[in-house]
Every structure is written in C-alpha cells, then in structure tokens.
Design a protein around this ligand. Structure first.
Ligand SMILES: Cc1cc2nc3c(=O)[nH]c(=O)nc-3n(C[C@H](O)[C@H](O)[C@H](O)COP(=O)(O)O)c2cc1C
Length: 463
C-alpha cells in the first residue's frame, strides 16, 4: 500500500458514508488510559508553578512540562447518564487520545535516569527502567517518544483513523514544544528514526507505534552512570476485542521506510491584502494552555473578529508552514469581504480566491458540521503530499499530517489567547473541497479543517 492508495481509499464522500454506515460498539470502547502495571510510579508534584518559573529539580520540571502539555485539564459529564470523562491539555479527535507520552531522562537533578511513561490519569510517571537510554544518539537530558495506539481511533473512525493518529501526534508535539519554550528550554523534533529499533529499545507493547521523538535541551546535568534495571511492566488491555484494520497496518508499514532526498521549495505567491500588525494577548502561556478547549459550535453572529486578530492567528501558524497551504473561509472578519482567501506567509498577505458568503459551503464541506459555518473564519489545510513524497517517500505522508496537527495546535492556542474558541475538524468531503477551492492534484490535497470563532456554552463542561 502506498500513501496515495491509502489516502484515496479513506476519502469521505456522500456515497462512501452511505455505503458503509458504522455503529459504535460502546461495550468495546478502548480504555482512554494506558497503564504499565507492576512498575514503580513516581509522583510529579501536583499544581506545579507556572512555566514562567521553571523549576531546577527534575520532578517539578517534568511536572511543569507535562501539566502544560498533556495533563487532564477539565472534565465533562453526559447529562443523560451522569458519565464523567476527562479532557486534556492536548486535543484529540473524538477525545480518544491515541498518543502516549514516553520519555527518557539523563542527568536531571534529583530524578533517576531512566525510561518513563506518563500516566495522565494521576499525573504520575511510571518508571519502566532505570539507567541510561540512548534514543537519539545525543546527550539531550530529556527525550520524548510519542507513540500512537491506532486501535483507539480505529474503533470509531475505522480506516480513516491513521490520518487522525498523525494529526494527534502533531498536536502533542506542538503542545510539548510550546510548553518547553515557555519553560525557557529548546526542543527539537526527530521524525526519521528506525521505528522497530525504537519500539524494541523501549519495549513497547505491539499495539503502540513510535511516531515522533522530541529532544528537550537546556537542563543538562551529570548522568547517574548506573546499570540498566528493567521493570518493564504489563501494558493494560484496552478493549475486550480488537478489530484488525489491515489497511492501517499496511500504510504504517509503508511509512516505516526512511528516504531523505532534497525538499523542493514551497510555492511562493502574493495577495492584494497586506495583513496588519498583530494584536498581542495579555494572557500567560500557562493560563492559555490549560484553558484551551474545542468549541462544540460557535455563535453564528453578528460578532466579528478584527483583522489584527486574524493577523495574529495566522502569524502563529506561519512559522510551521512548509507542506501546508492555508485557505480561509472568511465569514465575519472586520474589513474583509466574506469569501475564500489563500494565505501567503512570506509577506503576510491574503489572496482573494472568490467572493461571497461561504457559510453554507464551509459547513457542507466539513461533512455538514454547522460549526464551520458559524465560526468567524474556517480553514482548509491543503497538504502538498506529492512534494513530501518526492522528498521523503511514503514516510512524507506522516510529516504532512504532523505539520497540519501542529499548525492546528498553534491556532487553538492563538485563538484561546485572544479570548476566542477553536475546533479542529478531521471530517470533510475530500474531493468536494478540491473542486470547490479549485485545488489541482499537483498542488496538493486537503488534510485538515479548522474553525475559529465565539464558542457557544457547553452544557457538558464541568471544570
Ligand atoms: C485531529 C482532530 C480532528 C477533530 N475533528 C473534529 C470534528 O470533525 N468535529 C468536531 O466537532 N470536533 C473535532 N475535533 C475536536 C475533538 O472532538 C476534541 O479535541 C475532543 O473532543 C477533546 O476536547 P478538547 O479539545 O476540548 O480537549 C477534532 C480534534 C482533532 C485533534
């Protein structure tokens, strides 16, 4: 299976949705938390200080890093059943959270070198091994290994689930990278690693796949120099039964091969609208990261956002744009005629593609989800999948989706910082989006949708 075969086979169309209706098997819903049973569990101090005051001891520093990137930050209650479920700092399609956070540490103060798995349900670290782990061939004091448990997403989204796993990793990567930045340390993502070697080195359960490594630097200390001691731990079963999805196993296998050729430059262009200077938010990173939520829907009108606010949203996404092109469905932005625009990041310009009210089109293209029409602005992220594949082979398919998720994450936080709400949208009619936006196959394909506006109150929200 090639990336193209997988992508084409998992497009949504009116016909594909009618042909293959799906009933969720609630009794078999995957457990939202992975635990490695039978290992020592180390406390990460609860309610750590804000990231602006980075701690010098390892436990509090790790607590800060995770509290502002991956911890539980709220809960919701289903009114009809009273069932309560957790929400986290990082978003996830269907709140199913396929991404697990593992990390190795080296030379942190008062924290044993070893291999850990983050347990978000209690904000603790499961100690899977003691000793030194060389994951990236560097001396980074912390290296995260972000993994995907595809089954969590497959249970609901079936063959399309691999796309969402990749988006999810992109969100988690940015959640960690931005928390690191707020703590005053650097991070570097590594995506071209030998998957099977890493999986073996940290003894992952077969249902977990390593997807992205993130080195964190700036807290270097002296390693413990101790012998490796393995606790390992027994990974909990997530469901009673697991339905195989051979198409996902096949695309995952295809994307394991590492190719590194020259990356052709991204297209450049210009637009007639020069974006104004951005508005600044006064909220701190810690407040914003912990308050971020997905809007269920947006207030349809008449409140607008300003052009400097839109400018701030786009400026946050711009540094990551490499394989992704942003198309905007502008519904209610002061000083901008409703219509479709393309964003050119090089000079912060918008190019008008078509004028007219886009609310029905944006909602319709997002599988009829009203929120894309009720937002102030919605987005189609067009991924240059061919260019990525020319540079990185099938593995490039992962990278484009990581980038989309990461951009989505920056948009979430930028919106929250401005007092707005946002929602990532993985469901759209692929081919209809291409037709509507006049995107040619050479230019790319839609990989993610997004919406930003004034959120409606959420009756399920608890904390
Ligand atoms: C990749 C991705 C795709 C998503 N797709 C949709 C969608 O199509 N419709 C929707 O209403 N929410 C969508 N969401 C939002 C999730 O439902 C939301 O993140 C999840 O319920 C957790 O809530 P939280 O973001 O408030 O933590 C998506 C989120 C992600 C990360």
């Amino acid at each position: 299976m090639t990336w193209r075969e997988y992508h084409e086979a998992t497009r949504h169309s009116v016909e594909s949705l009618r042909r293959t209706p799906h009933v969720l098997d609630w009794a078999n819903m995957p457990h939202p938390f992975r635990h490695y049973e039978g290992v020592p569990v180390l406390d990460l101090p609860a309610d750590p200080p804000a990231p602006e005051s980075p701690a010098s001891d390892g436990a509090t520093f790790l607590s800060q890093l995770l509290f502002y990137s991956a911890a539980i930050s709220a809960s919701k209650v289903v009114p009809s059943t009273g069932f309560r479920y957790a929400l986290r700092v990082n978003p996830s399609s269907g709140n199913l959270h396929p991404t697990e956070f593992h990390f190795v540490t080296r030379g942190l103060k008062d924290w044993p070198d070893g291999l850990y798995h983050y347990r978000p349900s209690s904000h603790m670290a499961e100690q899977r091994a003691l000793g030194e782990f060389d994951i990236t061939g560097s001396d980074a004091p912390i290296v995260f290994i972000l993994t995907s448990i595809a089954w969590r997403e497959e249970w609901k989204y079936r063959d399309r689930a691999y796309r969402y796993c990749l988006h999810d990793v992109g969100h988690a990567w940015q959640a960690l990278a931005l928390a690191a930045e707020a703590l005053g340390v650097d991070s570097k993502a590594i995506v071209d690693f030998p998957d099977d070697d890493i999986a073996q080195a940290i003894r992952l359960h077969a249902d977990e796949w390593p997807m992205l490594l993130l080195e964190i630097r700036g807290t270097e200390g002296r390693p413990d120099a101790r012998e490796t001691v393995w606790y390992g731990g027994q990974a909990n079963a997530l469901s009673m039964e697991i339905t195989p999805y051979p198409r996902i196993d096949a695309i995952h296998a295809a994307t394991k091969r590492i190719v590194n050729s020259v990356v052709e430059p991204a297209p450049t262009g210009s637009g007639e609208i020069k974006l104004p200077p951005v508005v600044q938010s006064t909220r701190s990173f810690g407040q914003v990261a912990r308050a971020r939520r997905s809007a269920l829907d947006f207030v349809g009108g008449p409140q607008t956002i300003s052009l400097p606010q839109l400018s701030a949203l786009l400026a946050n996404a711009a540094p990551l744009l490499s394989f992704i092109q942003l198309y905007l469905y502008v519904h209610r932005v002061d000083g901008l005629e409703p219509g479709i625009y393309r964003f050119w990041p090089q000079h912060a310009e918008l190019q008008l593609v078509r004028t007219g009210d886009q609310r029905v089109a944006a909602a319709g293209l997002s599988l009829g989800q009203d929120l894309a029409g009720n937002a102030c602005v919605a987005f189609s992220m067009i991924g240059d999948l061919d260019r990525a594949a020319r540079a990185y082979g099938d593995r490039g398919y992962r990278y484009v989706h990581f980038e989309a998720g990461a951009i989505g994450h920056r948009l979430y936080l930028a919106a929250e910082a401005l007092g707005l709400g946002a929602t990532g949208i993985g469901a759209f009619y692929d081919e209809e989006v291409h037709r509507y936006l006049h995107v040619t196959p050479e230019q790319g394909q839609v990989v993610y949708h997004f919406a930003i506006g004034y959120p409606v109150a959420d009756p399920r929200r608890h904390a």
